[in-house]
Design a protein around this ligand. Structure first.
Ligand code: ATP
Length: 359
């Protein structure tokens, strides 16, 4: 079978998982701390041997506990990218990136050409002669991406690649990963805490909890119909599919959407506007003033969550389901009940617009 298939049981960690990733598919792995996400990558990479299990990549058996097969990490045709860049500290950036092709037996000249190509792809050529300690976290992570890709892996494993970066550096790396994963149709598994990474990078998401795969599906399906408590917790975000027009972003039914787009959003590529329920104000009358987003909706459900009340509502013909978090006082003041027509209002500055893989 082409692609990556993994099946592993590890008693000491209470892990029992089976995961398949099609060739060219990007799978996001979401889940709470200690769920087993990193263990899943370590089994795939050959860093951990399961008690029983099997790992196969593009038809090649890499682990088979029954048959005693355990191909070592560096012969698996996979590259693992961790939270920290983990570059070789004594080598220059160029030598770090050239390392894998050199180890694979390429000539010095060939390895240099390959390294140049990947440093260019991740916009790191200007650091070629620096050593890792002379790089910022974001720069080092870009070089780590180049080093991983220079090995020409058949699958990429990414363990929270954005986690160690500050908020300013993370979007740029997300854009870069989108480019290298999506445009080149790589087989990849991305472990993340961030639903935006899943939206931006993945074709499909699984949710892991307690060492088990508890959900699998498109990001939209898992978030709109969560079946696990973890997915339900992250599912509160409002997601609205949008596309770029010459005059700005619009939803599928032609409603203008004001927000803050990422750099790589535009053209006809699918995008999604994301905003949190606590950013949504509820009004009885459509407010004046711009730039803000106003959705005419019908309240469907009112759910008390401690001091906060989550108001769920749908746009006409049930096209969009949206949530707003308000206080109990405003529910009483506005006299909110299911069936009431109201306006959900969200400021443009509260709306992030991201390019997405599938929506
Ligand atoms: N080196 C280890 N030895 C034994 N058990 C471990 C080891 N590392 C992790 N575990 C256990 O394995 C289980 C899964 O851990 P894992 O690190 O894979 O979770 P995770 O989903 O990646 O968590 P996080 O999001 O916190 O990184 C946990 O119960 C953890 O305590």
């Amino acid at each position: 079978m082409s692609g990556l298939s993994l099946d592993a049981r590890i008693q000491a960690r209470d892990i029992e998982m089976a995961v398949d990733v099609a060739e060219g598919e990007v799978l996001a792995v979401l889940g709470p701390n200690g769920a087993g996400k990193s263990t899943l990558l370590s089994v795939a990479a050959g860093l951990i041997r399961p008690d029983t299990g099997r790992v196969e990549l593009n038809g090649r058996v890499l682990t088979d506990t029954g048959a005693g097969i355990a191909v070592p990490p560096h012969r698996r045709g996979m590259a693992l990218l961790a939270q920290e860049a983990l570059l070789f500290p004594h080598l220059t950036v160029a030598a770090n990136v050239a390392f894998a092709p050199r180890s694979a037996g390429r000539s010095r000249r060939e390895a240099r050409t390959i390294a140049r190509h990947w440093m260019d792809a991740v916009d790191a050529t200007q650091f070629a002669d620096r050593r890792p300690h002379q790089l910022s976290g974001g720069q080092a992570q870009r070089v780590a991406v180049a080093r991983a890709l220079a090995a020409d892996p058949q699958a990429l494993l990414l363990d929270e690649p954005m986690a160690a970066l500050d908020v300013a550096a993370a979007p740029a790396l997300r854009v870069l990963l989108r480019k290298v994963l999506r445009e080149e149709h790589r087989t990849a598994v991305v472990v993340t805490h961030d639903v935006l990474d899943a939206l931006a990078l993945a074709d499909r998401v699984i949710v892991v909890d307690g060492g088990r795969v508890v959900e699998s599906g498109s990001v939209r399906d898992v978030l709109s119909r969560p079946r696990s408590s973890f997915a339900a917790r992250i599912a509160g975000l409002n997601l609205v599919a949008v596309f770029a027009t010459p005059s700005g972003f619009e939803t599928e039914n032609g409603v203008r959407m004001h927000g803050l787009p990422d750099d790589d959003v535009g053209g006809t590529a699918p995008a999604v506007a994301v905003f949190a329920p606590h950013s949504v104000a509820v009004h009885r009358r459509s407010p004046e003033g711009s730039p803000r987003n106003v959705f005419g909706v019908t309240v469907t459900e009112i759910e008390v969550r401690g001091p906060i009340v989550r108001v769920r509502a749908v746009t006409p013909r049930g096209r969009l389901e949206l949530s707003a978090d308000v206080t109990a006082e405003s529910v009483a003041e506005l006299d909110l009940v299911p069936g009431l027509d109201v306006f959900f209002v969200v400021k443009a500055t509260e709306v992030a617009i991201h390019a997405v893989s599938t929506y």
